[in-house]
Design a protein around this ligand. Structure first.
Ligand code: GDP
Length: 464
């Protein structure tokens, strides 16, 4: 590192009056992608660094200490690390409660700097602020470009053909948007719309916005979440259901969506986007296509040029590194990991090509934040099968499973998804739900993982 780099690295990331550098790492992904498990394992492994050979600063022994500190944002809930760790490592290991809203945690390091200037600099402090937030909230960015009428038209055309929407459409048919607002009816209609969103998500659709309807955080029941799409409403008077829903929709944008981007998103330096690609592949081609579209929506947020409001907010700042990680790679044998990574990379390619990520480093990886299985090769009908062995949640029994081979060419999978095929033509992928593996867990030893260290090296290695 040259002297000017040295000066720059000292100057970078200084926060509000403290002369200590800080990195804000955003962790996002759709519900159940693995955010909570990822953050818990990341912290446990950074505090006990025996399992991080792929993180250079750890391998070189330059991380002298890592410790939790009160986070700098007093009004943001703290990520409940201790409770999540107890869930995973207690007497009866189980998966922790998932992300429902934004939360944050500060992990601080005492570091011996590397390189020629390292010994001059002595021990330095670096803060890592980890910000956990639902990917669903990023999808709301698209609403900023849409008027209420535009959003209604788009949403109603999308849900028309879906059987999950039948109940809501029937309820909608009983309303007259031009009549004066009746709060009880408005609430019932909004609940009916939320019930549709929940059913759509359960059916595997990812386009379930507004994001707070599914993950309301502390806004549950408030007027900004009490609206629904209505058919075109030219000439409706003030005080009508239509005009009131229109007002609430605008309030949702200005009082919910914008503050999230301003207070949390705009300050992120590094980002990991977790994707349950294996889960989608198991669900079938439509789930994969839907996930691809949702990922495209999520990535739109990292392309601030596309949205004038966000571009202004970011003021030329951008996320410096973005890692797209397929999670739960312990569900498959390591001989399949490269194929999973290639699928991940292909899923991202289109979004990435269209996106202006100039200046941001991006990468795709397959990881398991908490490895719940061991590998085993089993003879079956005269052939050798690469399996994983784990304890199934449903039965509590341990067994070896063959999850199916992923295609060597990801294009095969993605074109079937794009074509809207009902099911995969020549393959069947099994999905499993394993319990955390108690045998792999010992106090103070970090948590077993796959490539978490490589992910960390990509995300923050250059600053350690
Ligand atoms: P979130 O909604 O993004 O916070 O997702 P969670 O972190 O709560 O993960 C959702 C579920 O995915 C968990 O309850 C586990 O069943 C599973 N899971 C997450 N990470 C892993 C992993 O590394 N390995 C395995 N086998 N399962 C995982």
């Amino acid at each position: 590192m040259g002297l000017s780099d040295f000066a720059e690295s000292l100057g970078r990331g200084l926060v509000g009056g403290y002369l200590e550098p800080t990195i804000r790492l955003g962790v996002t992904g759709l519900s159940r992608a693995g955010k909570t498990v990822f953050i818990t394992s990341l912290i446990a492994n950074l505090m006990d660094r025996g399992r991080l050979p792929g993180l250079r600063a750890a391998a070189e022994g330059r991380i002298r200490a890592a410790y939790l500190q009160p986070q700098p944002d007093d009004t943001v809930p703290r990520f409940d690390y201790e409770a999540h760790l107890v869930a995973l490592t207690g007497a009866a290991p189980h998966w922790p409660d998932s992300t429902r809203a934004v939360s944050e945690l500060r992990l601080s390091f005492r570091l011996q700097a590397g390189g020629i200037l390292g010994s001059f600099r002595g021990i330095q402090t670096l803060h890592l602020d980890i910000v956990d937030y639902p990917g669903e909230w990023l999808l709301d960015l698209a609403l900023l470009d849409l008027s209420y009428a535009g959003w209604c038209a788009q949403t109603l055309s999308r849900l028309g053909p879906r059987p999950e929407a039948a109940g809501f459409l029937a309820d909608l048919g009983r309303e007259n948007p031009g009549l004066p607002l009746d709060e009880a009816r408005a609430k019932a209609l909004s609940q009916s719309f939320t019930a549709y969103l929940e059913a759509a998500r359960a059916a595997g659709y990812s386009d379930c916005s507004p994001g707070r309807f599914l993950l309301p955080g502390d806004l549950a029941g408030s007027p900004v979440l009490t609206f629904a799409p209505l058919p075109d409403g030219q000439g409706h008077r003030r005080g009508s259901l239509y005009r009131e829903f229109q007002r609430r929709y605008e309030a949702y944008k200005s009082q919910v969506v914008k503050p999230f981007f301003r207070d949390h998103f705009a300050r992120i330096d590094r980002q990991i986007v977790l994707v349950d690609a294996l889960g989608a592949i198991h669900s079938g081609p439509r789930a994969v296509e839907d996930m691809r579209l949702a990922m495209q929506g999520i990535l739109g947020a990292f392309r601030p040029g596309r949205n004038g409001w966000l571009a202004g907010l970011m003021g030329g700042r951008r996320v410096e590194r973005i890692l797209f990680a397929a999670t739960k790679a312990d569900h498959i044998h390591h001989s399949q990991h490269l194929r999973l990574t290639n699928i991940m990379a292909a899923l991202m390619r289109e979004a990435k090509d269209r996106a202006d990520f100039a200046g941001a480093h991006t990468a795709a990886m397959s990881i398991a934040a908490l490895r719940a299985t061991v590998e085993e090769t089993v003879r079956h009908d005269g052939a050798m099968l690469d399996c994983v062995r784990g304890r199934l949640i449903d039965t509590g029994r341990e067994a070896a499973f063959y999850p199916g081979d992923l295609p060597e060419n990801p294009g095969q999978l993605l074109s079937s998804a794009r074509a809207g095929d009902e099911r995969w033509l020549d393959a069947d992928y099994g999905a499993m739900n394993f319990t955390p593996n108690a045998a792999g867990l010992r106090p103070g030893g970090g948590l077993p993982h796959i490539r978490l260290d490589k992910a960390l090296e990509f995300l923050i290695g250059d600053r350690l």
